[in-house]
Ligand binder design. Structure first.
Ligand SMILES: *Cc1c(COP(=O)(O)O)cnc(C)c1O
Length: 834
C-alpha cells in the first residue's frame, strides 16, 4: 500500500499554502454558504437542519485544520517526547459546540447563523453523539484528550472506530430495549481518513523459529490471516491556544491481497464473505461496563488496537531515526487505559524483536520503560483473563512471548521469596488453576514502570488487596491519579448562565484554572449573589423538565428538589437503595405524614449491559414504581420518580445544570472513583454519598457541612460481611419492614406476578455483596437531613455555591498535570499560529 506510487509528478509546495480562514462573522457566513450550497447541494426547496449542521461543522473544521497541521509541524520539528493514550473507549459526545467554544467563535457563529435565519442551538442539537464508550472510563479518555490539548501537551489518543457505538436505550413497557447506534450513517464531518497510515494486523497461523548466521534465534509468525487497520483522525482542540491534538481511531478493512487465491479458485462469494468478516473487528463496541466479556472478537479488538497503534508509533520512529531504538524509551510513553489494551506489552516486544531485530534484553528494557498502566476497578469480574488456548490459536507468537515474560518474571519472584510456591502461583501471569488463563492485569503490571488507581482510596485498596504481592515487590511503581473532568464541557459549555455569572464576579481564568473558583467563597454570604445563583438553577431545572416532559408527559414541579442518580445501572452503584428510599417516601405520603414534606423529583437514568439480567430488572422496577407513584393523587406536587431513557453525554450536559442533589451511593470500596459526582458538583449539586472513590476527596474539599455522608465505610463493610443478616435488620426497622412488605406484596407488579422476586431475594441474601440493606437506615436518616437543608433555601444555596467554589481539584487539568509530572514527563509545547 505504502510503496505504491499514486502520483506521477511531485506537487509544488505552494499547493499546500492557503490563505488563513478568518474568524469573523462574514468569514463564517461565506464559508458556510459555500458548503451548504455547493458541497451539500442545498437550495430553498431543500432546507434541512442536518445539512446546515454539516455545513457549519465543515466551516469550523477548516479553522481547526490549519491549527492542526501547525501543531503537527511543531511537534515534529521539536522531536519531542510524546505520550500515546491507548483506550478501547472514547465517549466523546458532540463536537460542534465544543469546537466553537475552544476556538472562541461561539458568539460569532451564533450571530452568523442568526443572520442566515438559522437557530444555532437547533444545529448543535442535531449532531449525534459519538458514543464510543460505555461510561466513566470512556468519558475519562475524552476529558483527558481535551485537557492534554488545553495544556499544550504532545499526546495522541489511539482507539477503535466502531461502526456502532453504545446502543440507544428505549424503554418499552418499563423495560430496556437496545437499538443499535449506527452513528456513522450520516457523514461524520470531524474525521479524516488517512489511508497512508494503514498497518497490517496478523491473526492465527503459527510461529516458525530458525537460527540466523549469528547463531541468534529468529521468530516468524506465518500463515496468518491479515486484516488492515486504517487510520481515521479526529481533531482535538485545546482551549483558545491554537493547539489541535489528534485522536486516531482504527477501522478494520480487508487487506488488498485478501484471499486472492479464493477469488481465483472460484470461491468468490466465500472470499467476499471473509472480507466482511475482517471488517467485523471494528463493527461494534461491547456494551459491558465493569464486566469482562470473554468473547474471541473482543480479544481481536484489543490486539487490533494495540498492534495498529504500536506499529504506527514505531513506523513514525523509524521514519525519523531509522532502526536505532536507543532513544525510543526516552521519547515515547504509552498509557494503557485499563487492562483492555494490555496485550500491548507483548506486542511491543514482538515488534521490537521480530520486526526490528532487537535482542530480548533491549526490547524488554524499552517496553518496561515506556508502558504505564491505569487500573479502573476492584471488581474481580471486570479483570480480564484470556484462556491460553484462545490466545494460542489467535495470537500464537504473542502467547510464546507471554510465556517467556512470565518465566523471567517468576524467577525474579523466586529470588525475592525463595521456595515460596504459593506466591509463585499467586503472582504468575498464567493462572494454572483449572483451565489455563492469562491474567492481563498482571501482564500490564509486570510490563509497566507505573501502575495507578483513579482515586486515593482505590489506589490504596489496590496496594493492600488485589495487587498486594506486586506492591511488595515493586512499591515504587504504584501511584494514584485521582480522576477529573473537563471544565469546558462540564461547566463553561453545558451551563452558560452559571459560567457567565462566575466570570462576571471572578473573571474568566477559571476556564483553564479551575482552582480559581475558590474566589467564589465570599459570595456565598452575598444575598444578591445567592438569589442570582438560585434563579440560574431554576432556569436549568425548567430546561431539564421541558426536555424530559416530551417523553413522560407529566407535570414536574420545578420547586421540588431535583434528586439525580445518573450512571450505568449496576448492583454496586445501588440504584436499588435509591428506589427503597422512594418507596419509603411514598408510604409516608400514603400515611398522610405529609406535613413538612419536602417535594422531590427523583430522576434516575442509565443503561444496563444487555446481558446483565438483574440490572435490567432494576430498570423495570424503577419504571413500575414510577408508574404507580406518579399516578397516585396523594403524591401530586410532592413526589415524582422518572427514569431518564438513553442516558449519554449530551443528556448529561442537560442534566447536571438542573440537579440539586447528586446521588453517589455505591457500596464503600466498590466505586473506583466516579466522575459523574464531579460533573454534578461542578454545577452546584450537593452530594449525598458513601465514603467511596472520589466522594472522599470531594468531602475533603468541600467540608462535612456541605456534603451528606452516610453508610458503612469500606472497613466496616468488610467487617460486617462476616455476620451480615439482612432479614434481621429488616425486622428491626419498621420503615424498612414496611418498604419490603410493600415490594413483596406485589404492589408494583400487580399484573406481572413474581417478576421482582429475584431482586428482593438478592437484597435479603446474607451473601449480598452490595449490602444494600445495611445502609438503608443511615441513608433514609441522611435524606431527612437533606430535606431539612433544602427547606432553608438560603442555606441550601450557600451549600451549592460552596460545592462549585471547591470543585477545582476535579478538573482533568489537575489530573493530567499529575500524570505528566509523575509519569509522562512531557514538555509543554505551545503552537505558534498566525
Ligand atoms: C460521567 C459519565 C459517566 C460516569 O458516571 P459515574 O457516575 O461516574 O459512573 C457515565 N456515562 C456518561 C454518559 C457520563 O457522562
Amino acid at each position: 500500500m505504502k510503496n505504491k506510487k499514486h502520483t506521477l509528478i511531485k506537487p509544488h509546495e505552494t499547493i499546500f499554502k492557503l490563505p488563513s480562514k478568518g474568524l469573523k462573522k462574514k468569514d463564517l457566513i461565506e464559508n458556510f454558504k459555500e458548503y451548504y450550497v455547493n458541497l451539500l447541494g442545498r437550495d430553498e426547496q431543500s432546507r434541512n437542519t442536518h445539512y446546515a449542521y454539516e455545513a457549519l461543522g465543515l466551516t469550523i473544521r477548516d479553522r481547526l485544520m490549519e491549527r492542526w497541521k501547525q501543531t503537527h509541524r511543531t511537534y515534529k520539528q521539536a522531536r519531542c517526547r510524546r505520550t500515546f493514550y491507548l483506550s478501547m473507549e472514547y465517549l466523546m459526545g458532540r463536537s460542534l459546540s465544543n469546537a466553537m467554544l475552544n476556538l472562541g467563535v461561539n458568539d460569532t457563529a451564533n450571530q452568523a447563523m442568526y443572520d442566515l435565519g438559522i437557530e444555532l442551538e437547533e444545529l448543535i442539537e442535531s449532531e449525534v453523539d459519538a458514543g464510543l464508550g460505555n461510561g466513566g472510563l470512556g468519558r475519562l479518555a475524552a476529558c483527558f484528550m481535551d485537557s492534554c490539548a488545553t495544556l499544550q501537551l504532545p499526546v495522541i489518543g489511539y482507539g477503535l472506530r466502531y461502526e456502532y457505538g453504545m446502543f440507544t436505550q428505549l424503554i418499552v413497557n418499563g423495560e430496556q430495549e437496545e437499538k443499535p447506534d449506527h452513528w456513522l450513517r450520516l457523514r461524520n464531518v470531524w474525521e479524516i481518513k488517512r489511508l497512508e497510515y494503514a498497518h497490517v494486523i496478523k491473526f492465527g497461523g503459527r510461529t516458525e523459529v530458525y537460527t540466523d548466521e549469528h547463531g541468534l534465534k529468529r521468530y516468524f509468525w506465518v500463515e496468518t490471516n491479515d486484516v488492515l487497520a486504517v487510520a481515521y483522525d479526529t481533531p482535538v482542540p485545546g482551549f483558545q491556544n491554537n493547539t489541535v491534538n489528534t485522536l486516531r481511531l482504527w477501522k478494520a478493512e480487508a487487506t488488498e491481497e485478501f484471499n486472492l487465491n479464493e477469488f481465483n479458485s472460484g470461491d468468490y462469494a466465500e472470499a467476499v464473505a471473509d472480507k466482511v468478516g475482517a471488517e467485523n473487528i471494528t463493527m461494534v463496541l461491547y456494551p459491558n461496563d465493569a464486566n469482562e466479556n470473554g468473547k474471541e472478537l473482543r480479544l481481536r479488538q484489543q490486539y487490533f488496537l494495540a498492534s495498529a497503534s504500536l506499529q504506527d508509533v514505531i513506523s513514525h520512529w523509524v521514519g525519523l531515526y531509522g532502526e536505532d531504538f536507543t532513544l525510543f524509551a526516552e521519547r515515547n510513553c504509552f498509557q494503557l487505559n485499563d487492562t483492555h489494551p494490555s496485550i500491548a506489552v507483548a506486542e511491543l516486544m514482538r515488534l521490537l524483536m521480530d520486526k526490528h531485530g532487537l535482542a530480548w534484553a533491549q526490547a524488554w528494557e524499552i517496553t518496561g520503560a515506556t508502558m504505564a498502566y491505569t487500573n479502573h476497578t476492584l471488581l474481580p469480574e471486570a479483570l480480564e483473563r484470556w484462556p491460553v488456548h484462545l490466545m494460542q490459536k489467535l495470537l500464537p507468537r504473542l502467547m510464546d512471548i507471554i510465556y517467556e515474560i512470565n518465566a523471567r518474571f517468576l524467577s525474579e519472584v523466586a529470588a525475592k521469596w525463595p521456595g515460596d510456591i504459593t506466591v509463585l502461583r499467586r503472582m504468575s501471569i498464567i493462572d494454572e488453576s483449572g483451565d489455563k488463563q492469562v491474567r492481563m492485569a498482571y501482564l500490564a503490571i509486570v510490563g509497566s514502570f507505573s501502575v495507578n488507581g483513579v482515586a486515593a482510596l482505590h489506589s490504596q485498596l489496590l496496594q493492600q488487596g488485589l495487587f498486594a504481592d506486586f506492591y511488595s515487590l515493586w512499591p515504587a511503581k504504584f501511584n494514584n491519579k485521582t480522576n477529573g473532568v473537563t471544565p469546558r464541557r462540564w461547566l463553561a459549555g453545558c451551563n452558560p448562565e452559571l459560567a457567565e455569572l462566575i466570570t462576571e464576579k471572578i473573571g474568566s481564568g477559571w476556564v483553564t484554572d479551575l482552582s480559581l473558583l475558590k474566589q467564589l467563597v465570599p459570595y456565598a454570604d452575598d444575598a444578591a449573589f445567592r438569589k442570582h445563583w438560585r434563579e440560574i438553577k431554576q432556569v436549568a431545572k425548567h430546561r431539564l423538565a421541558d426536555y424530559k416532559k416530551r417523553e413522560h408527559d407529566i407535570d414536574i414541579n420545578v420547586d421540588a428538589l431535583f434528586d439525580v442518580q445518573v450512571k450505568r445501572i449496576h448492583e454496586y452503584k445501588r440504584q436499588l437503595l435509591n428506589v427503597l428510599h422512594v418507596i419509603y417516601l411514598y408510604q409516608r405520603l400514603k400515611k398522610d405524614n405529609s406535613k413538612n414534606f419536602v417535594s422531590r423529583c427523583v430522576l434516575i437514568g442509565g443503561k444496563a449491559a444487555p446481558g446483565y439480567e438483574r440490572a435490567k430488572k432494576i430498570i423495570k422496577l424503577i419504571n413500575n414504581v414510577a408508574t404507580m407513584i406518579n399516578k397516585d393523587p396523594d403524591t401530586q406536587g410532592k413526589l415524582k420518580l422518572m427514569f431518564l431513557a438513553d442516558y449519554n453525554v449530551s443528556a448529561m450536559e442537560k442534566i447536571c445544570p438542573g440537579a440539586d442533589l447528586s446521588e453517589q451511593i455505591s457500596t464503600a470500596g466498590k466505586e473506583a472513583s466516579g466522575t459523574g459526582n464531579m460533573k454534578l458538583m461542578m454545577n452546584g449539586a450537593v452530594t449525598i454519598g458513601t465514603f467511596d472513590g472520589a466522594n472522599i476527596e470531594i468531602l475533603e474539599e468541600v467540608g462535612e457541612e456541605n456534603f451528606f455522608l452516610f453508610g458503612l465505610t469500606e472497613k466496616q463493610v468488610a467487617a460486617r460481611r462476616e455476620h451480615y443478616e439482612p432479614e434481621h435488620i429488616i425486622q428491626q426497622d419498621e420503615d424498612l419492614k414496611e418498604v419490603m412488605n410493600l415490594l413483596e406484596s406485589g404492589h408494583f407488579n400487580q399484573l406481572e406476578p413474581g417478576i421482582f422476586n429475584d431482586l428482593i431475594q438478592s437484597l435479603k441474601d446474607p451473601l449480598d455483596p452490595w449490602m444494600t440493606i445495611a445502609d438503608f437506615r443511615s441513608y433514609v436518616d441522611t435524606q431527612a437531613r437533606v430535606d431539612d437543608a433544602y427547606r432553608d433555601q438560603e442555606h441550601w444555596t450557600r451549600m451549592s455555591i460552596m460545592n462549585v467554589a471547591h470543585c477545582g481539584k476535579f478538573s482533568s487539568e489537575r489530573t493530567i498535570n499529575e500524570y505528566n509530572q509523575d509519569i509522562w514527563k512531557l514538555q509543554k509545547l505551545p503552537v505558534k499560529f498566525g
